[in-house]
Write a protein that binds this ligand. Structure first.
Ligand SMILES: C[S@@+](CC[C@H](N)C(=O)[O-])C[C@H]1O[C@@H](n2cnc3c(N)ncnc32)[C@H](O)[C@@H]1O
Length: 278
C-alpha cells in the first residue's frame, strides 16, 4: 500500500487511458519530492498521479484537444456533463452513429458538454478503453461489447471536479512547460513510451506519433528545467536508447504490469524506468 502523500485522494481518473499509470502509481508516489510549489504534468492522459496527489496548484497539459475539453467540462460543468451522459445507450448502432459525428460538419456545432459526454461514452464503451484516431483525427475504435459499462459515476465525477478546481488546463505540446515552470515546481513527464521493438509501440494517442526526435526534444527540455531548479520526474520504457538519453539523471528500474496491449501474450510484468533530476 502507498502510505505517505496519498492519504485521501479527492478524485480518480475518469477515462481509461493507454499508458495509464495505475500499475506504477505506488513506485511514482514514493519518489515525489517532499515539497514543491506547483505540480505540472504535460502528458496528463488519465492523470493517475495527479489525482493520487491532489495538489493544490497544478497545470495539466495534453496534446489531445478532446481530452482537455473533457477535463475543462469536468472542472467547470460536472452536473451538466452527468445529465448529458445519462442520454447515452450501450448499443452498437448508437455507438457507431455517435462515433461518426467527427466525420460530419455537425461536430463543430456540438457544445463543449456534448463533446465531453461523447468522449466519455466512446472511451467507456469502445473496445479496450482505447482512444484512437486515424490520420484525419477521426475516432476509429470499434464497439467494445461490454455488458454494463459505467460511463461516469456521479460521486467520483464530483470528487474529480473538486480536485481540478484550481488547476490550469492547457491543450498543446509538452514544450508549453518551458514557459510555465519555475524554480521549485515539480514536473512529472509521462510521454508515450519509446517502443521496446519497432512493432510494440502503443500508438494513436493523438494524430501523429511520438518519435525518437520527440524523446530527444523532451530530454533537452528536462536538462533546461534542471538548470532552472525545477524538480523533474519522468517515466519511460527500459530501452538502451532511453538509458543513454538520461545518463546524467538518477535512474531506477521498476516493475509494472501492463494491461492495455492488443496482444494478450505480451501482457505481464515489464521493467520500466523512473528517472529523476533530484
Ligand atoms: C503515456 S500517456 C500519459 C498517461 C498518463 N500519465 C496516465 O496516467 O494516464 C501520454 C499522453 O501524452 C499525450 N501526448 C502525446 N504527444 C504529446 C505531445 N507532443 N505533447 C503533449 N502531450 C502529448 C497523449 O495524448 C497522451 O495522453
Amino acid at each position: 500500500m502507498v502510505k505517505s502523500k496519498m492519504t485521501e485522494p479527492v478524485g480518480t481518473p475518469f477515462v481509461k487511458w493507454a499508458g495509464g499509470k495505475r500499475q506504477l502509481l505506488e513506485e511514482l508516489v514514493k519518489r515525489v519530492p517532499n515539497s514543491y510549489a506547483r505540480y505540472i504534468e504535460p502528458f496528463v492522459g488519465g492523470g493517475a498521479l495527479f489525482f493520487a496527489l491532489a495538489p493544490k496548484r497544478a497545470i495539466l497539459i495534453d496534446l489531445n484537444a478532446e481530452l482537455i475539453n473533457l477535463y475543462r467540462v469536468v472542472k467547470e460543468q460536472p452536473r451538466e456533463l452527468m445529465k448529458e451522459v445519462e442520454k447515452h445507450r450501450n448499443e452498437e448502432e448508437y455507438y457507431y452513429s455517435l462515433r461518426s459525428l467527427d466525420r460530419t460538419a455537425e461536430f463543430a456545432e456540438l457544445s463543449e458538454v456534448e463533446r465531453a459526454s461523447r468522449f466519455l461514452y466512446l472511451n467507456k464503451t469502445g473496445y479496450n478503453g482505447l482512444w484512437r484516431v486515424n490520420s484525419r483525427g477521426e475516432n476509429n475504435v470499434p464497439f467494445g461489447r461490454y455488458k454494463n459499462p459505467t460511463i461516469a459515476d456521479p460521486v467520483k465525477m464530483t470528487a474529480s471536479s473538486t480536485a481540478l478546481a484550481s488547476s490550469i488546463l492547457l491543450c498543446g505540446d509538452f514544450s508549453e512547460v518551458e514557459h510555465a515552470a519555475r524554480a521549485n515546481d515539480f514536473v512529472y513527464l509521462d510521454p508515450p513510451y519509446h517502443p521496446l521493438s519497432e512493432t510494440s509501440g502503443l500508438t494513436g494517442y493523438s494524430s501523429g506519433g511520438f518519435s525518437a526526435e520527440d524523446q530527444i526534444r523532451l530530454r533537452d527540455l528536462a536538462l533546461r528545467l534542471t538548470e532552472r531548479g525545477v524538480k523533474v520526474m519522468l517515466s519511460n520504457s527500459n530501452t538502451p536508447f532511453i538509458l543513454k538519453l538520461y545518463s546524467r539523471f538518477n535512474v531506477d528500474r521498476v516493475n509494472a504490469k501492463r494491461t492495455i496491449n492488443c496482444k494478450g501474450a505480451k501482457r505481464g510484468a515489464v521493467s520500466e524506468l523512473i528517472i529523476r533530476n533530484y
